[in-house]
Every structure is written in C-alpha cells, then in structure tokens.
Design a protein around this ligand. Structure first.
Ligand code: FAD
Ligand code: UDP
Length: 389
C-alpha cells in the first residue's frame, strides 16, 4: 500500500532514502531550508568562469564499497580523480617549503634532507624520531609523537590541528589522526580506497538524478517544523538532532568553516588542495576548484581560503566536536529521540557524526531497507537504525 513519507533534507541522506522508498511505490515529499539540493556536497558552476565550485568545501569520492560505487555511477558519470594534497610548512632548519601529503617517503626525505630508501626511512623514523615510550597513544598528540615523532608532528599536524579544531592536539582523540596514513614509499594518494573519482557534472547533478523520480516532490526554501510531520506516515530527519528538539537539552558543539573566495588569472597554486601547517597562517588550506575537474580547461581560477572556528547560532554546522561533554549530551538526545514516535534520524547531522559520502549512502540504503522490513512485519520504525553514540 502506498504510504506518504516526509524527508527533511535534500542532501545525500534524504535523496538516497527518498529514492529507495519512491521506487518501492511510496509518495515522498522532501523539504530543505536551503535554495538548492545536495546539502553540503552541493556543487555549482561559477557564472563568470564556468568553473565547478565545491560550495561547502572540497569533496572527493572514495570507497571500497562495490554497491555504493555502483549506485553513484548509476546516476552520474564518474571520472578518475586522485587527491594529491600538498602542504606548506617549515623544515627543521626553519626553511619554508612545499611538501607532499600524506606523509610519505618524499615528504620524509625532503623534510630531513636525506635520500633514504623505504627500509632506511622506516628505521630512521622508528629509531630516531618516534617516541617509543608511548605504548598506547590516547590523544592526537601522543599518536603523532608515537608514529612520526616531534619534528614531523610540529611541522604538519600541530598548527593545522589547532586551527582546525580550536584545541590543542593533546585534548583531541587519537582517532582523528588515525584517518591519515604514513607511507614509506612514494605513493602520494591521500586515500587508499579501491574506487576514487569525481562526478563529471558535479555532485548536485548526481543528487538531482537521484531525486528525479515521479514519486518524489522537493520543496526548497522550506524549513521543517514538527507540525509538518502530521499527515505523513513517517518522517526521516537529516537536520541537526538537537535542533529537532528545539535545543531543549542544550547545543551539540560543531566547528564551522568560513570560505574566503578570491579569483586569480591563471593557475594560482598548481593543485586542488594546499594545506598550511603553520599556526601563524590563519587559514587551514586553500582549494583551487578548477583542479577538481582536470578534464576541463579554464584560463581563470577561483580559490577558497578556508578558516575554521566554533559554530555559533545560525552558522552552518560542519564538523561535530565529539568531546566527552558532547558525548554525554548526545547520549541524552539519543534517549529523547528513542522516546519519540514517527521519526527516524539519519545522516551526518541527524546522528551527529562525521560521515564520508560513501558511508552516508551505505547507511541511507541500509536504513531504507531496514525501514521497509519493519513495515512489512508491521513493526514500528526506530528513531535510529544506526546507533550514534
Ligand atoms: P547534509 O549534506 O548536511 O544534508 C542535510 C540537509 O538537510 C541540508 O541540505 C540542510 O539544508 C537540510 N536541513 C537541515 N536542517 C533542516 C531543517 N530544519 N529544515 C529543512 N532542511 C534542513 N565526504 C567524502 O566522502 N569525501 C570528501 O572529500 C568530503 N569532504 C568534506 C569536506 C567538508 C568540509 C565536510 C564538512 C564534509 C565532507 N565530506 C566528504 C562529508 C559529506 O559532506 C557528507 O558525507 C554529506 O554531506 C552527508 O550528507 P547528509 O545528507 O547526511 O547531510
Ligand atoms: N591534519 C593535520 N594536517 C594536515 C591535514 C590533516 O594536522 O595537513 C589533521 C587534522 O586534525 C584533521 C585530521 O588530521 O582534522 C584528519 O585529516 P583529514 O584530511 O581526514 O581532515 P578532514 O577531512 O577531517 O578535514
């Protein structure tokens, strides 16, 4: 029997769940407070230069998930793209230079002025740099000191992380750094996933194609209010969890980003992403958007300087700060949500987690399928299909 479902958010989560349920024969209404679809993955061509802009920061698709890779390729053509990040910082003598990230053999040899082979570099880092007195690293700082040592940590991680998180690395969990590999070869691919690429016509084109189904209606510039849920059989909410409850228990902390755009005649930095390791440089990185589409040709260039700060009321929430305080509050919201009927919380904001796009799609597909199974069995859908705490 056809049911009516309301999706809050026309980002990846709302689009993928909406599409799945529309294909199962249901009526889907999607509302989004923004004037465009795509959520934070939104891309748009700059009207002056024609360059495809990653409006909410650089997005590179990478996954090991065959089904998810098949899914995105069903809706948009993906072209090969490897993220090769550079960073500007100082070597141990204080000389400013451009280095390769993630830390690899090139970075190590250049930084220490050496010509080591892989085994020699591994031994050098283990015996002369790494702090082996740290057995089980708990903090970001300990993780860095344990695996690369003080010099590389201070040049590439310390200043960047203080700028990115507004906290000293000794206050942050080791898990944040564990996302970045250290390589003792010349592989400078930022990711190690089997599938990596960029949608030829941008992420918004892909999400538009996902939403293009007769069972789906999208209303932009429409903010959700709880009363809107009446008349629907179920609500899927991909907005901020605390906002759904009018912040009644308090606010979950986020970092937000400010992008300072500047235009350049030519090639500004020769790569898509240039990080800045020094704390004295106020921004974390500069992205040059035409390099995200190397198959296109553009004479002029559009760049974003990226600044990170604590999110205030009205700012776009980007990175959840999952410190102890926030985890306790999250747990309280989790209980509140579980006591609420008729709504399922999804996506990066609904579950208050940093989620890559492929994980977002995987969870959205699993949620839609889990939901269908519950409906078939006549059971009530839970507030979370993925436990966020
Ligand atoms: P969102 O994209 O945030 O969508 C939620 C939508 O809900 C938004 O459109 C919002 O306007 C709407 N909404 C919220 N509240 C309301 C309301 N009350 N009423 C109506 N609408 C509402 N992932 C990668 O795989 N690779 C990358 O390189 C990568 N880079 C990233 C870089 C940055 C700076 C950030 C912050 C994230 C990056 N990600 C990357 C992650 C990626 O952005 C997320 O996986 C993706 O955006 C999650 O989609 P979502 O639909 O859950 O959330
Ligand atoms: N990081 C750093 N220096 C860099 C790049 C990353 O110190 O040049 C740290 C930073 O704290 C960041 C974390 O490593 O949050 C994970 O890096 P990633 O590139 O995954 O950052 P994100 O995608 O979260 O911005």
């Amino acid at each position: 029997m056809t049911k009516k479902y309301l999706m809050v958010g026309a980002g990846l989560s709302g689009a993928v769940i909406g599409r799945h349920l529309a294909e199962a024969g249901h009526d889907i209404t999607i509302v989004d407070s923004r004037d465009h679809i795509g959520g934070n993955c939104h891309t748009a061509r700059d009207p002056d230069s024609g360059i495809m802009l990653h409006v909410y920061g650089p997005h590179i698709f990478h996954t090991d998930d065959d089904e998810v890779w098949g899914y995105v390729n069903r809706f948009e053509e993906f072209l090969p793209f490897k993220n090769r990040v550079k960073t500007t910082s100082r070597d141990p003598s204080g000389k400013r230079s451009v280095f390769s990230l993630p830390i690899n053999l090139h970075t190590i040899n250049q930084f220490f002025g050496k010509t080591m082979r892989p085994d020699e570099a591994k031994r050098f880092i283990a015996e002369e740099q790494a702090d082996s007195s740290i057995v089980v690293p708990k903090t970001f700082e300990e993780q860095a000191l344990r695996f690369v040592g003080k010099d590389l940590y201070e040049a590439f991680f310390k200043g960047y992380t203080i700028k990115q998180w507004g906290m000293h690395p000794s206050e942050l969990p080791a898990s944040i750094l564990k996302r970045l590999p250290v390589r003792f070869n010349y592989d400078d691919n930022y990711f190690f996933h089997k599938f990596q690429g960029m949608p030829k016509n941008g992420y918004s084109a892909m999400i538009r194609a996902i939403l293009d189904h007769p069972g789906i209606t999208v209303h932009l510039n429409t903010s959700f209010a709880r009363a809107m849920g009446e008349g629907y059989d179920h609500v899927f909410y991909s907005g901020p969890l605390d906002e759904y409850f009018d912040f009644e228990l308090g606010r979950l902390g986020y970092r937000t980003l400010d992008f300072e755009r500047f235009d350049y005649d030519g090639d500004y930095q020769g790569c898509a992403v240039m990080n800045y390791g020094e704390e004295s440089v106020p921004y974390t990185r500069i992205t040059e958007h035409k390099h995200f589409a190397p198959w296109e040709e553009h004479e002029s260039s559009v760049c974003y300087r990226e600044f990170s700060r604590s999110a205030e009321f009205g700012d776009i929430p980007y990175y959840p700060i999952r410190q102890l305080k926030e985890k306790e509050l999250l747990s309280a919201y989790f209980d509140l949500a579980n006591a609420t009927r008729g709504v399922t919380f999804v996506g990066r904001l609904g579950t208050y987690r940093y989620l890559d796009m492929d994980v977002t799609i995987r969870e959205a597909l699993d949620t839609a399928r889990g939901f269908e199974a519950k409906m078939t069995d006549g059971e009530e859908a839970p507030a979370f299909f993925i436990r966020p705490v």
